[in-house]
Design a protein around this ligand. Sequence first.
Ligand SMILES: [Zn+2]
Length: 509
Amino acid sequence: MKKVLSVFLAVVIMAVAVLPSFAKSDKCNCGEAPIIYVAALGSGTLTLDEGTENERVLFRPEIAEILPDLLPIVPAAVQLIADKNYDAFGDVLIDCVNSVFGELALDENGNSSDRVTCEEFHPDTADHGMEHSYYFGYDFRLDPVENAKLLHQYIQEVKEITKHDTVRWRASSMGGVVTMSYIRLYGTADIETIIFQCCPLQGTAVAGELYNGLVEINKDALKGYASQALPELGSDFLAGVLLALIEALDMAGVWDSLLVIADDLILNLKDRVFAECLIPIFGTLPGIWSFVPDEYYESGKEFMQLDPVENAQLIAKLDFYHYEVQSKCAELIALAKASGTTMYNVLGYDMQRTPLVTAYRETSDGTVDSKYASMGATCALLGETLPEDYTQAKYTDKNFMSPDRVIDASTCVMPENTWFIKDMLHSTTHDGHDELYDIMFESEKQLTVFDLEEYPQFLQNDVVNQCFYPVEAETDDSIKGAFDDLMNQFTFTKLVELIFKVIYSIIGA
Ligand SMILES: [Zn+2]
C-alpha cells in the first residue's frame, strides 16, 4: 500500500514538474508566424436562395452563365445604329444590367437580404509557415468594418489552430480596405507584418466618378484598355464581363459603329441608367462606397440620393469608414508601426485604367490609381512625366523620385516602405512578387526601399521572366534629343547615332 502510494506520489510530482513545460510547448516554436491572405473583391462566393431549387451563384458567376443575360445587347445595338432609338436600347441595356447585378443590392440600411448568403471562411489545417498561407474571403458588398470583425474572428481561429500568438498577412486590393478597418478596430499588437498589394487605401477615381455620375467614353482610352488591360485582367470579374461583351459586339461588327455614337449614347441614356440601375444597386453597397476617394465622397452621397432619414443606418456605416478609416489612413499606419508591426505597400503604375470615367488619364494598375494606392504619391498623368521644373516635394536628403520622372513618392504616407511596380496589372503577381514578399515577411526589422539593392523603390515589371529590374530613366530617342546630346559632348559615336536616327525616321515614315 505504501509502495503504491509512493509510486502515485512520484507520478504526481513528476506530472507537476513536467506541467509547466507542457504549457510552454503548447505554443508552436517553429518561428514562422502563420501568414494570412486577406483576399480581394469577389473572394467570398455569394449564393442566392441556397438550398432551394432556385439556388444560383450570384457572385462571381461564370461569364458563360451570364452571357445569355447580356447577349440581347448585341441585336439591340445593331438596331440602335440603324434607327437611333436610344430609349428602346436603354430598355434592353437596363434589363441586362439588372438581371446580372440586380440581386446584389442591399436594403436601405446596407444589410443583405436573407436570400443571399456568403460562404464562411475558417482555417482548415494547422499547416503554416512560408509555404502555406490561410485564405480569408468575405461578402464584398458589406461594410468593410463588418468584414473586419469577421477577419478578427478568423485570426483568433488561426492563432488557436497553429498555436501562435501572432500572425502576418498580405492584403490584396479590397483586402486592404478591410485591413485598415481592422487596424482601426483592433490595432496590430498581434500582427508582425502587413503587406498591402494594389489596395485602394484612399479609394479609386472610377468609384468616385461613378458615384458622382461623371461618365464619359474616351474612344482611344477604351481601345487601349480593351487591348492592354482587359485580356490580362482575367481574374477581374467586371473586366471579364466587359471583354465578353466587347468581343460579342466586335464579332457582330457593331463595336466600331457604337464608338462613333458613344457620346450621344451617354447623353441620351446616362440619367436613365443611373436612376434605374446604378443608383438602386450600387448606392446601397458600403463595400463599393469604401472605394470613393475623399474629394468625391460628400457630393457622391448627394448624387446617389441617400436619404438622411430612410438611409440613416447606411449613412452611419459609410461615414464611419470614410472619416474614421480612409481619412485617417496616415494615423492608422503610424499606430501600427508604433506597435512594432512592419508595414509594406506594393502597387502598380503606368497602366491604362477603365476608360468610362473622366479620370481615365490618371496613372494606375488598370483599376486602382497609383496616387490613391500609395496614399498620396505625386504622379504624372499616364504617358506624361512630371513638369521639367518639378523637384521632389519632401525629405530632399533622400531620393524618392522615379528615374522615369513619373512619380514623386516623397508625398505618400510611407515613402520609405512603398514600392512602385511599373506595368504591374492590378493584383496580378508572379514569382518575382513572391520573392519580394518573402523578404518582407522574413525580416524582423522594418525594411526600407534603400535596404534592398535588388529591389529599389521603382521596379519595372517583367511578366515573361517573372522578375523585376530597376526602372531606368526614359531615354530621349528623338532626333532633337540626339542632336542636343551631340552638341553637349561631340563624339564620333554620338554623331553616328544621330545619322542613324535621321535615316531611321525617313525609312520609318
Ligand atoms: Zn509554428
